[in-house]
Design a binder for this molecule. Structure first.
Ligand SMILES: CC(=O)[C@@H](O)[C@H](O)COP(=O)(O)O
Ligand SMILES: NCC(=O)COP(=O)(O)O
Length: 249
């Protein structure tokens, strides 16, 4: 059981501030203003996902946020040549490689690292050579974890989507089993590569985050959709504070 002091950091994903803006194609609400407000409220980092279809975060958001952020920028992106070029220009602290399908509503699964080690290894190296740390968004699966280590990733981010969905479905047995799967994945990763940073995210809310935050060895939780949804009612600073408090439960 982790102590309060060892609880994970909070990375706020502000994609859906941009979703609201894109709904009308105007300049507000500003993802940059949201990022700075979240930092001021205690976010330890900011995550933005520059999708190939630009459904929410735009290229200009990435450059503006990278320039003004005082914490760490985690740029989520697909492992494509286009995104590599942007990442090498922007040079965020983190790049997190995620799978993408244009038809998906949101990220559906983890990156299949094991099936593309030969492609990912030099891709990761190009980023690392530019001083960018690379995280891979993967399912809590030993094979994927080992492949991420073999590819030279600095971090993994364990996909907590299944855990969140079982909770929403009130399937308590499956939720508990998935929580155990995530706990085992953290232990396995730390045993295989003690220096590997282990993050987690997707679908986390004030209601389900505590059990994940209590898992020893998790460095940061990246939380977006639910926190932005909370902010619609209570504002961003309070939504950040409430999520941080929920992580300490
Ligand atoms: C990888 C992940 O789970 C999220 O960080 C991702 O950004 C989800 O995509 P949307 O924000 O477009 O739902
Ligand atoms: N990588 C997970 C993330 O950044 C936020 O995911 P969500 O909380 O929007 O589901």
């Amino acid at each position: 059981m982790s102590t309060e002091a060892s609880r994970p950091l909070l990375g706020v994903n502000i994609d859906h501030v941009a979703t609201l803006r894109q709904a009308r194609g105007v300049a507000y609400p500003s993802p940059l203003a949201a990022a700075l407000l979240c930092e001021e409220a205690g976010a330890d980092g900011i995550t933005i996902h520059l999708r190939e279809d630009r459904r929410h975060i735009q290229d200009a958001d990435v450059y503006a946020i990278a320039e003004q952020l005082t914490t760490r920028l985690n740029l989520e992106m697909a492992a494509t040549e286009e995104m590599l070029g942007i990442a090498l220009e922007v040079r965020p602290y983190w790049v997190c490689l995620v799978p993408e399908k244009r038809e998906e509503l949101t990220t559906e699964g983890g990156l299949n690292v094991a099936g593309q080690v030969a492609w990912l290894t030099p891709y990761i190296d190009k980023l690392a050579q530019s001083g960018i740390k690379v995280s891979l968004f993967i399912d809590p699966d030993e094979t994927q974890i080992q492949a991420a280590i073999d590819c030279g990733a600095h971090a993994i981010e364990l996909h907590t989507g299944a855990y969140a969905e079982f909770g929403l479905a009130k399937d308590k047995d499956s939720e508990a089993a998935e929580l155990e799967r995530i706990r085992h994945a953290v232990s396995f990763a730390k045993a295989q590569a003690p220096e590997l940073i282990v993050n987690a995210g997707h679908g986390l809310t004030q209601d389900n985050v505590a059990a994940i935050a209590r898992i020893d060895g998790i460095y940061e939780l990246n939380i977006g959709h639910a926190l932005i949804a909370d902010a619609v009612f209570v504002g961003l600073p309070r939504a950040v504070a409430l999520m941080k408090a929920a992580m300490q439960q």
